[in-house]
Design a protein around this ligand. Structure first.
Ligand SMILES: Cc1cc2nc3c(=O)[nH]c(=O)nc-3n(C[C@H](O)[C@H](O)[C@H](O)COP(=O)(O)OP(=O)(O)OC[C@H]3O[C@@H](n4cnc5c(N)ncnc54)[C@H](O)[C@@H]3O)c2cc1C
Length: 233
């Protein structure tokens, strides 16, 4: 696992290139808290993008689903895929609609995934389950042979990827030269601007109707809820 991400032509952010982050730790943090990725593939000449659960696995990203899922099948058959993982951190409210923005941590990965089989596949599925619900693998029976056979697991190495991050208050593209007066902000200072923070948070667990009274919420579900709490300053 490298400390710094390599930027190549296809993974170089062009717009606001100063927002590209090459620190590997930023990538790890995005994957640590992300539950979902959007996976794109070109199928019969047409681009398709669909959301999937995801989990980090060392120097790779894991995806899984039904063997019948089209995007996963294409990846299994050797098609290149692009994966986007996005954490939306806030609505950035500027003094003009033009300058509105979003705060985010965003990861994009390109590559041809490897389809896992046998022990590797079973291990990867456990890893996915434990990423979404930490410790759940030890609370339920192991996957059956039939379940394993019905599931595709793809492992995409994080060799070709980029991270882009926007933080902080709105910026203005208003140019004082428009009026010739460097003090003239067009009265904009009187208009509210700032950030509306956003985050995915967990609600209270809701038991299935057939769960007998008195069965406690398992540790895995409590752990998943804790992980989604916003970091305390
Ligand atoms: C939640 C969210 C909302 C956004 N909303 C808008 C919007 O409304 N309008 C808009 O123009 N842009 C928006 N962006 C930014 C957008 O994702 C691109 O960064 C932007 O279009 C500029 O891309 P580019 O031309 O520099 O790169 P491109 O030439 O399009 O891509 C070159 C390479 O740069 C890297 N890259 C580019 N963007 C990202 C990214 N976000 N994360 C990781 N790697 C990246 C990839 O490796 C890509 O292959 C948003 C981003 C996020 C995360």
């Amino acid at each position: 696992v490298v400390d710094e991400l390599t930027v190549e032509e296809q993974t170089r952010v062009r717009r606001f290139s100063e927002r590209q982050v090459v620190d590997r730790a930023a990538l790890d943090e995005i994957l640590r808290v992300s539950l979902m990725a959007h996976v794109a593939v070109v199928r019969d000449g047409v681009p398709v993008v669909l959301p999937f659960a995801c989990a980090p696995d060392g120097d790779a990203l894991l995806l899984h689903g039904s063997t019948a899922a089209g995007v996963l099948r294409a990846g299994r058959e050797g098609a290149p895929i692009a994966v986007a993982v996005t954490l939306l951190d806030g609505l950035v409210v500027a003094r003009s609609a033009f300058d509105n923005s979003m705060n985010y941590r965003s990861l994009m990965v390109l590559g041809v995934p490897e389809a896992l089989e046998g022990e590797d596949k079973a291990r990867a599925l456990n890893r996915l389950t434990d990423h979404l619900l930490p410790g759940r693998v030890d609370e339920v029976p192991p996957s059956t042979r039939r379940e394993l056979a019905a599931t595709t697991v793809l492992r995409l190495r994080l060799d070709r990827c980029s991270v882009k991050v926007r933080t902080g208050p709105p910026t203005s593209s208003a140019d004082p030269e428009d009026t010739g007066d460097p003090e003239d902000d067009g009265g904009e200072g009187s208009v509210w601007a700032g950030v509306l923070p956003l985050a995915v948070t967990a609600g209270d667990p809701v038991p299935s109707p057939d769960v007998p009274a008195g069965i406690p919420v398992p540790a895995s579900v409590r752990a998943a809820a804790v992980r989604l709490r916003p970091p305390t300053e």
